[in-house]
Every structure is written in structure tokens, then in C-alpha cells.
Design a protein around this ligand. Sequence first.
Ligand code: AMP
Length: 302
Amino acid sequence: MFPRVLFSGTCRLPEFNSMDLAVDVIDSPARMRELSDTFREAAPPLGLVPTMGALHEGHLSLIRRAVSECASAVVSIFVNPAQFGPGEDLDTYPHTFEKDLEVCREEGVSAVYAPSVGQMYAKGFDTWVEVPSLASGLCGPCRPGHFRGVATVVAKLFSACKPDRAYFGEKDYQQLVLIRRMARDLDMGVEIVSCPTVREKDGVAMSSRNVNLRREERENSRSLSRGLFRARELLGEGEARAAVLIQAAREELTKACVEIDYVEVVDSETLAPLETVQGSCRMVMAAKIGATRLIDNISLVP
Ligand code: AMP
């Protein structure tokens, strides 16, 4: 059977035999720290791309950027139970580990960090990182504990991988802003690099969760980006009132019969709701389609 993770060695992909076609797969924080030191001593900077696997083109855009901008790039693959609430999709979250390794190898990733749940959360684990002002709104109320889980796991990934730069997608906008604040507040010395959302041809933001959508649900999921683009179009025509833009976006979602969680116009840094589009702001939204919860957002430039 194909080995899922080797402690400190080289993980072989089944269809390749040459040593050159291997990617290091690390599952222990101690070994990851050692390897990170080696990478950084050989040549900085070291880049990290944190993921939960099931890699798609959205992840690839982050990985390619890290590989092109950094001397070494580590991709972490860890489905973090601490960021899933009871009744959320932890059990059905897609896993494509072998394929992900192959993708990382093809993209020239230096190592994959794939700790087990036991390695990340040893018995008695009781230390958490919270950024309440940025976690309390938007997805916060619907997903209690989610951002605490995200901030904590990212802090742990940073301390194991010791990256100079870490790459995050604008797709998860609240997460991006919160991680940036955490890194700043805790003097982590990591530059947070934000990468634009990668979309399917029809506008749908790529997400590992899209594979769970049935055909009709996939069709209805187009309403999220349609709503965002409609709002941006109205803004281009001179409409700057947030309430009007929100209403236009909500209409697209309602037409597709999706269950709206929120649609808001917020300040890009503080995530505070705005009444008028001004300065740097974003429209952010979340909606449930069948059993799948999707999020999306777009920058609004007056
Ligand atoms: P995930 O595996 O869903 O935790 O995502 C890992 C990273 O990939 C996060 O920084 C996400 O924001 C980013 N990401 C996910 N989907 C996209 C996308 N469609 N475009 C750009 N980045 C993305």
C-alpha cells in the first residue's frame, strides 16, 4: 500500500520511480522545524502555502506564486478539525492526498508538511489564538469557534515551518484579514501575501467544496458571483449606496433560491460594515446551497 506519510524521508509517488521525482513529506513539527532551518540557511526566503488539500487551480495559483518568489516553498496539507463545528462537513471534506503530492511535485514544491491530528493536537492541548474583533462578524456567528481554530492552526503551522512569507487567497477574505492581524499582533515576522480569487469560466470561485454540489446546485452557485459582479456594475454606473448594492446582489441569490447567510459591504481592513462605498472596501457574502455552504467576495473600488 502507498505510504501516506514518512516521518522524515522521501515519499514516493506510485507511478514514478526516479529519486528526482520525489517530494519530501514531513509529519512531525520537530522535523519540519529542522528542515525549515536547512532551507532558510541554504537560501532565504522560505514560503509557506497552508491548505486543507483537495488542491485545485485556486491553490495552485498560491503555490506557483510561492515557488516563483521564494527559494524554497512548503505546502501544508492538514484538514483541521478545530475549525469545523458540530454538524459541519469535516467527515465529507474531500481528500485527494496522493494526487495533491503529485501536483506539489510537478510544481516544484520543496516539501509537503502533512501532520496527523495527533501531532497537531496532542492530548491535553489547551492553547488557543483568538482575534475577536475580526472573528465576530460575517461568518463568525454562523460558525462559532471557526476562526479560533483557523488562527490557532496557522500559528502552529508558522511555528513549525518558520516561513518568511505565507500565501493566502482573497477567496477566504475574513480569514486573510484575520491572519494578517494575528501575524502583526504576535510579531510573527511572517509577511502575509494575498492572492486574487481564481474563478471557473462561469465566474464561480473555485473551492474544494464545489465537488459536493449536485448539478442543479452547481448551476445555482453561479448566483454568488453574479450578485457580486452586478453590484460592481452598479457601482461603475455611479451607485455608491451599500444598501442598494446589497439589495441587487441579494436579488441574484434569491432568484437562484439559495439560502442567504449574509451579504455585506465592509471596510477591507477592519471588516466593519459600511453604508457607502468609499476608500478600500469589499462586498462579502455567504450562502447555503443544499448541504454546502459557499462564500465569495469582491473588491469594490469607487
Ligand atoms: P483551503 O484548502 O480551502 O483551506 O484553502 C487554502 C488556501 O487556498 C487559502 O488561503 C484559500 O484562501 C486559498 N484558496 C482557496 N480557494 C481559492 C481560490 N478559488 N482562489 C484563490 N485562493 C484560493
